[in-house]
Structures are given as structure tokens and as C-alpha cells.
Design a binder for this molecule. Structure first.
Ligand SMILES: *Cc1c(COP(=O)(O)O)cnc(C)c1O
Length: 503
């Protein structure tokens, strides 16, 4: 028997201390502000051929056991079984749909019809298991900033999960009406949803500040509470995302779309850089992936970074029709920076300090050379809308706005490189989540309809049933109506948790 190789996690800003996977999941973010990274990326212990016969759950086990090495087989299989069940509206969990000769990996068949469900339906189970393993007595308070989709997916994952509370901050005017309605109608006594006057980066910065607030942590501990993060910086979010890239490759192989060992490209509509980093991990585990194509909307900070080696958030923040990608600080990029800095935590910490103080940093030529696996580009609002309309007119398949950004960028990639190898595009949301933008792109005339009339019209023209997640919110009452300034976030958190006097 091969002894399984343990994977430990250290901070991208201090490689001194190592923690186990379960400890990293519990903490979310390291105390020094860094992100937890595995000390090595494990290679798959079975061949892609062996995976062909496996369903999603068994594939998840094969991948996740290699990262979460302090979980027992029983613990991990239990988490997987609870996550990937009938909450998903298809047994295959993540179907591949062929359109225009490209494969769309539909990651939106979970409870909230966006890809965040892929990780957030398992995270609560990983977290509770981690708490038990580490004899944590405190209740876990999940604190999350959302650009729209994380919030609902996290609320849905954690609602009524014993031993947890969840607080979600979202930019009051920065999410789609459907996204907002999904969040503010969330049931569960342990849930709390707050709109802030500000954009996603304000929400995320506020949340990070609260995480690093020692005084608040002490007050919470006195009340038997501790914070953790469900944001995509949590390693418990990242690891489950590696699974579907492995699964997608096995599906292509199973359907004879590719030969064993044949390389594929992966295109990912990117915001916080979590999903594409998972694809990068999949490549490093041994999945034959050629290019990782990073697609941005008009907030094209990542495109500029890949072009120049300068990361510069000092620019106008744009509200686009793909709000989950309206991000100027891609948190998970730090994990890649750490890696291309040769695992030099001090060097990475210096760059991140520059980012927080000047809003920018520059990587060395030596670091840039290690980005050869990546290709970056962006699509503006018109290109995105055109892509939705063209795809619909050509094939009848309706893309959501985020996936359309990826699809438009893929066209640019093909015209730039003439690369014709098989390509998988991560389809990150159902078009029903961004109905107005999608329908307007198909035909301006739809703009006069109400949100739910649009839903019914989309169902008709796209020939797809209205997802359960949308039916549910049609008539649901608003439960959460708190709105606050970004400076009031701490007071709001304390009030919800019932601790101390609001400042
Ligand atoms: C979150 C999200 C993205 C961006 O994913 P990252 O992992 O943050 O890069 C893209 N599309 C949709 C629909 C999302 O919800």
C-alpha cells in the first residue's frame, strides 16, 4: 500500500507555521492576512481513464482526499454525499453542453443556479467536520462579502446549519435584482444580510478589516463565537472547485470527444481568481490542460496584469452586466503570486503591502515567465451582449452574461493564436439569474417587461424550464432590509451577534 502523502497549509505571507487542511478551513484567512496554500499540489493517484467510469461524487472523493489529507475517508465521503445530492437538478451535477464545437461546463445546477454552489454546498459540511476534528466549542460565524452570487450560495449552504451563523454584506446597488431578491428573502434564524453603500471591493475590504480586528475577536470569544470565511479565499472553497475540471476531462474522454492524454484549453470568466486557480491546480495535478484562458469584463485589471506584469487597481470601477466579475482586487491571485515568487512569503507580502498601500505592484520578469500557462483578455459590454445574441441565433443556446464574457474572450483567443484544440468554457451562471441583461441582448424589445415576465419569456424562447430557485422567490417576502454605510459594518455585526455596545 502506498502511504498517503500529507498536505499541509501555510500562509502566503509567512511560510513559518503550517496547519492541517481542517485547521485552514476553520480559519479561512491566516492571521497575518495571507491566504492558506498547500505545501505542494498533489498529483492524481489514478489515471484519467480510471476516472471515466466514476460519477461526480466519486470523482470528488478522488480529488479532495489528496488535498484534505487529515479528513478520514468516512468524513470526506459523508461531506460529499450531503453536498452533491438532490439540491442539484441533474444527477450528473455538472453537465457538458456542446455549442459551436466548444464545450460549456454548466456549473449552475445547484440550489442558487450559479457556480458558487459547487463549493458552497460542501463548505458548511467541511467546516463542521473541521470544527469537530479540532475540538472547537465556539459557534462559527461566517462573515462574507459578496458581489452577488457567493452571498446567496453561502446563505443557502449555511442556513439552519447547527453551530453556525452567517452574515453577508453586498453592494446595495451592485447586484442584479434577482440576486438581491434571492438574498433578502433568505430564511433561517442564523442568517443576516446587509446591503452597504459602496461597491464589492468596499464590502470585501470591510470584511477583511473585521477579520483582522483582534479586539472584536476577543469580545466574540467571550461570547463563544469565532469568525470564519466562506469567501473564495477559504481553501475549503478552492479544493471542491478543482473537482469539476477533472470531471469535465473524464467526461470528454468518456464521450470520445478527446483521446487519452489530449490537451484541452479551459476558459474561465474571472473575478476573484478562485475558479481559474482551481483549473490551474487541476492542471498541476496532471489533467492535460494547455492554456488557462482568463476572461475579464471591463474591469480588466487581470488582462492588464497578464499583458504588462503590473497589477494596478487605481482605475475607475465599472458596473457591468456581469456583476460577479466587477472586481478590482482579485484576492485569489495572491496564491498564484506566491507560487511564481518561488514560495517566497516575504516577497509576496511585500507586493501585497504595495497593493494595499499604493493600489498596485509590479512583478519581476522572472515571475512573468512563469505565467506562460495563462492567456488573458476581456470583453466589453457590447461584445458580451453581441455574443449572447449570436449564440442564441446560431444555436438556440442561451448564455448568461458571465459565460458570454468567457465565450467572447475565447473567440479573441482563437483569432489571436489560431489555436484549434478542444476547449471547455466554464459556464458559471444560469441565464435566469441575469434575465434582464440576457433578454435585452437578444432583443431590445424585452426591456419593457417586468423581471418575472422576462423569466417566463426566457423559458419560452430558450426552451428551458424556469429553475426552482427562481420560482421560489417570485412571491417570497423580504426578510432582510438592513442597509448601512461601509464605516458601520462593525457596529452592525456586533448588533446581530448581540455583543457589546455598538460603536
Ligand atoms: C463568482 C463568479 C465568477 C467569478 O469567479 P471567481 O472565482 O471569483 O473568479 C464568475 N461568474 C459568476 C456567475 C460568478 O458568480
Amino acid at each position: 500500500m502506498v502511504r498517503k502523502m500529507e498536505v499541509l497549509y501555510s500562509s502566503t505571507r509567512d511560510s513559518g507555521k503550517c496547519v492541517t487542511a481542517s485547521q485552514a478551513i476553520l480559519k479561512g484567512l491566516s492571521e497575518d492576512g495571507g491566504l492558506f496554500v498547500p505545501d505542494h499540489i498533489p498529483t492524481l493517484s489514478c489515471s484519467m481513464r480510471d476516472l471515466v467510469g466514476k460519477n461526480y461524487q466519486d470523482t470528488a472523493y478522488e480529488v479532495m482526499k489528496l488535498f484534505l489529507t487529515d479528513f478520514t475517508e468516512e468524513e470526506l465521503k459523508n461531506c460529499i454525499a450531503r453536498a452533491y445530492d438532490s439540491k442539484f437538478d441533474t444527477e450528473v451535477i455538472a453537465p457538458l453542453v456542446e455549442a459551436e464545437g466548444t464545450y460549456y461546463l454548466e456549473l449552475f445546477h445547484g440550489a442558487t443556479i450559479a457556480f458558487k454552489d459547487m463549493a458552497l454546498s460542501i463548505l458548511p459540511h467541511l467546516m463542521i467536520t473541521s470544527a469537530k476534528k479540532n475540538h472547537v466549542e465556539n459557534d462559527i460565524v461566517i462573515l462574507t462579502a459578496t458581489s452577488g452570487d457567493t452571498g446567496k450560495a453561502a446563505l443557502s449552504g449555511f442556513a439552519d446549519v447547527e453551530g453556525t451563523k452567517i452574515i453577508v454584506f453586498y453592494p446595495k446597488n451592485g447586484v442584479s435584482p434577482i440576486q438581491e431578491k434571492q438574498m433578502v428573502t433568505q430564511k433561517g434564524d442564523n442568517t443576516f444580510v446587509v446591503g452597504i453603500h459602496g461597491n464589492f471591493d468596499d464590502a470585501q475590504t470591510g470584511v477583511k478589516t473585521l477579520f483582522n480586528d483582534r479586539q472584536l475577536a476577543e469580545e466574540m470569544a467571550a461570547h463563544g463565537l469565532q469568525f470564519s470565511s466562506a469567501n473564495s479565499i477559504n481553501i475549503g472553497r478552492l479544493v471542491p472547485q478543482v473537482v469539476y475540471y477533472v470531471y469535465a476531462y473524464a467526461q470528454l474522454l468518456k464521450e470520445d470527444k478527446i483521446q487519452d492524454g489530449e490537451q484541452i484549453n479551459v476558459v474561465v470568466p474571472t473575478g476573484n481568481f478562485g475558479n481559474i486557480l482551481a483549473a490551474f491546480y487541476a492542471k498541476n495535478m496532471g489533467v492535460p490542460i494547455n492554456k488557462l484562458i482568463c476572461a475579464s469584463n471591463e474591469n480588466k485589471v487581470l488582462y492588464d496584469f497578464f499583458m504588462t506584469g503590473d497589477y494596478d487597481r487605481n482605475r475607475e470601477f465599472k458596473l457591468t452586466s456581469s456583476p460577479s466579475m466587477d472586481i478590482l482586487i482579485s484576492s485569489n491571485l495572491e496564491r498564484l503570486i506566491y507560487r511564481i515568487a518561488g514560495g517566497d512569503a516575504e516577497k509576496n507580502a511585500g507586493l501585497m503591502k504595495a497593493l494595499s498601500e499604493q493600489g498596485s505592484y509590479q512583478i519581476t520578469d522572472e515571475m512573468r515567465e512563469q505565467l506562460a500557462d495563462f492567456y488573458g483578455n476581456f470583453a466589453d459590454e457590447k461584445e458580451t451582449a453581441d455574443r449572447i445574441r449570436e449564440m442564441y441565433e446560431d444555436t438556440g443556446y442561451v448564455l448568461d452574461t458571465h459565460t458570454a464574457v468567457a465565450s467572447a474572450v475565447y473567440q479573441k483567443y482563437v483569432s489571436d493564436t489560431k489555436d484549434s484544440i478542444k476547449t471547455v468554457i466554464a459556464s458559471t451562471a444560469s441565464p435566469f439569474k441575469f434575465t434582464r441583461s440576457v433578454m435585452k441582448a437578444i432583443d431590445e424589445k424585452y426591456d419593457s417587461l417586468s423581471d418575472f415576465e422576462l423569466v417566463d419569456e426566457l423559458s419560452k424562447i430558450g426552451n428551458v424550464d424556469v429553475p426552482k430557485a427562481i420560482e421560489e422567490i417570485r412571491t417570497a417576502p423580504v426578510i432582510h432590509d438592513t442597509v448601512c454605510d461601509k464605516t458601520e459594518m462593525k457596529a452592525v455585526v456586533k448588533r446581530f451577534l448581540g455583543i457589546g455596545q455598538a460603536e
